[in-house]
Write a protein of this length. Structure first.
Length: 588
């Protein structure tokens, strides 16, 4: 019997990283006399070294008595940290009786990170480079220096015969160059992005995934797939492809940021093991280098499950919720009166799709303020349409027809090049004119042009439910759940799936999907109605009454008669749903 694999047995994670290696020059000679004063100064230097690495956002993963290894998000940050440390050390050792200096090296490449060990060829090479670096100076590969010389302008000299047991071009940065770099006047820091930028959306630069040999086609198709799938998120996300010719390995995040202007960078590499391409991808925040997400994907040519395991949809689904949270965190650090219209719309949309009465009213205030900001972004109108639509669905408006007309006015100002906006515009035809067939046909055109737009698929499912075409509605609603989404709208999307199953007479599935939607957010009134009716027809009256009570908590003024007057369902479905809501205990 095969033993269960423990966490310690799991294969190590592979990822791209920049490595800083540092060791004390002549440590054995310094400490040979067991002098307490020397030991104290060595300890102080090591403490300063560790502190400088931590301040520079590095992570120390190896520490010995005379050396450290640290990981950085980019080679640029690793080199800057090394330069600062060596310059500060030069200033102190000039006054010391016996100088204590470091030999340092910077390298970049793929590392192996397990539960108890970090290793790999890139780390081993960094250690060997540190041993041949000049005391007080820095060694690095000539190819890496060529990539960094514009971001970190510091002179370096070729090392004639580096003792590395392999023919590599190595350069060294002298202690004087480190001190001169640290002493030069710093160029003015680039000002923060103006709060009235032309395109304030979360900007993502996708660096074509790198590979050689058998994995090249796999990497290229995955890159294209991610870009294509994320096209349905154009309301909130700006995606650009970084020209492959302008990017060298290893990836320098700061250089990509400077050339693309993106706030986030997705990159990766594929390698072939036993004829099986394996792709490692990583999502970074460009300014800080922080890793927001990483994963590995295997590709088995000819495998019948290949379509299901295609990494492009999985990568595309993982990205938007992460970027949403980072964008909300970013805007939380900015003064409220300097937020762009888009920032306000993003905050409002998050609250709208997880509706609670006090936050819903606050979302309306934010959208009113967004309309007063210079050049309101199209996302303002997109969020405003959803606000009106959700106000009707929640029962939080006194005049639903007037609310629908206000939604239509806002919809007319949305971006005609945004597939999600065009889907919402088509859906407004259902709400205003109760002509669900025309709306469904309009949504078909949107889906034909943007087959990965989850909003369009979900609205198509809802329109078909209102037409009574339940089986096709289920298909579109469940397909929407496989597509990228910011995250807050997941509760509403799962509710649409629950409603489609209810119309189809799949009451067990309807209750299950309604509970999934409630797990995302329990405050959707429409979902509580479907859940109460589904449980009632299944004979689970106690649970149905609990769902009914949740509905009355959301909408205390709910009456079945008023709901019937505005419901979009086919007459037969509307009548039976009303009866089952009465059975669940809702007032008529």
């Amino acid at each position: 019997m095969r033993a269960k694999q423990t966490q310690a047995d799991q294969p190590p994670e592979r990822r791209l990283a920049a490595i800083l290696a540092a060791g004390i020059e002549g440590y054995a000679l310094l400490t040979r006399d067991d002098d307490d004063g020397v030991h104290r100064r060595v300890s102080q230097e090591l403490d300063r070294l560790r502190s400088a690495v931590t301040v520079a956002s590095g992570t120390i993963f190896s520490f010995a008595g005379d050396s450290i290894m640290a990981e950085f998000a980019s080679a640029t940050e690793a080199l800057k940290c090394a330069l600062r440390i060596q310059a500060a050390s030069m200033g102190r050792t000039a006054r010391a009786v016996e100088p204590i200096r470091f030999r340092m090296a910077v390298n970049a490449g793929e590392i192996l990170a397990g539960k108890r060990h970090v290793g790999g060829a890139a780390i081993n090479l960094a250690g060997r480079l540190a041993r041949i670096a000049p005391p007080g100076g820095i060694a690095l590969l000539g190819a890496l220096h060529d990539q960094l010389r514009y971001a970190v302008p510091v002179p370096a000299d070729p090392m004639s015969e580096p003792d590395l047991d392999e023919p590599l071009a190595v350069v060294s940065i002298s202690p004087q160059a480190c001190l001169a770099w640290a002493g030069e006047p710093r160029p003015a820091r680039k000002p923060a992005e103006p709060r009235t930028e032309a395109d304030p959306r979360a900007s993502l630069a996708i660096v074509p995934f790198r590979a050689t040999g058998a994995g090249e086609a796999f990497a290229e198709s995955t890159t294209d797939g991610v870009i294509r799938i994320l096209g349905g998120m154009a309301t909130w996300l700006s995606v650009s492809r970084t020209p492959a010719a302008s990017v060298r390995a290893p990836i320098d995040l700061q250089r990509v940021r400077q050339t693309s202007g993106a706030r986030y960078i997705l990159h990766g590499s594929a390698e072939t093991e036993r004829d099986m391409p394996r792709l490692a991808v990583e999502l970074n925040e460009a300014e800080t280098g922080r890793v927001l997400w990483s994963d590995r994907f295997d590709h088995t040519p000819g495998d019948p499950t290949e379509a299901r395991e295609d990494p492009a949809p999985r990568i595309a689904r993982a990205i938007p919720p992460l970027l949403l949270q980072r964008e909300l965190d970013r805007s939380a650090l900015v003064r409220f009166d300097t937020l762009t219209a888009h920032d306000l719309a993003l905050r409002a949309y998050t609250a709208i799709m997880r509706p609670e009465r006090h936050t819903f009213d606050a979302a309306a205030d934010m959208l009113r303020l967004a309309q007063q900001r210079p050049g309101p972004h199209a996302s303002t109108w997109f969020a405003l349409v959803w606000w009106h639509f959700m106000a009707i669905s929640q029962g939080w408006c006194a005049d639903p027809p007037a609310e629908a007309r206000a939604a239509a006015e806002a919809a007319a100002r949305m971006d005609r090049n945004d597939p999600a906006a065009m889907a919402l515009l088509a859906f407004m035809h259902s709400v205003l004119h109760r002509d669900h067939a025309v709306a469904a046909a309009m949504l078909d055109r949107v889906i034909d042009g943007a087959p990965h737009c989850g909003i369009a698929e979900c609205l198509k499912g809802l329109s078909l439910s209102w037409l009574g075409d339940a089986q096709t509605a289920i298909f579109h609603a469940e397909l929407a759940g496989t597509m990228p989404a910011l995250g807050p709208e997941r509760a509403w999307q799962d509710h649409v799936t629950a409603g489609a199953h209810y119309i189809a007479g799949h009451y067990g599935d309807a209750a299950r999907w309604a509970r999934v939607a409630a797990m995302h957010h329990p405050g959707l009134a429409a979902n509580a109605r479907v859940l109460a009716a589904s449980l009632a027809v299944l004979g689970r009256l106690d649970e149905a009454q609990q769902a009914a009570q949740q509905l009355l908590t959301i909408d205390p003024d709910f009456r079945i008669g008023a709901w019937r007057a505005r419901a979009m369902l086919p007459p037969a479905s509307r009548d039976t749903l009303a009866q089952r809501m009465r059975l669940a205990g809702l007032p008529g």
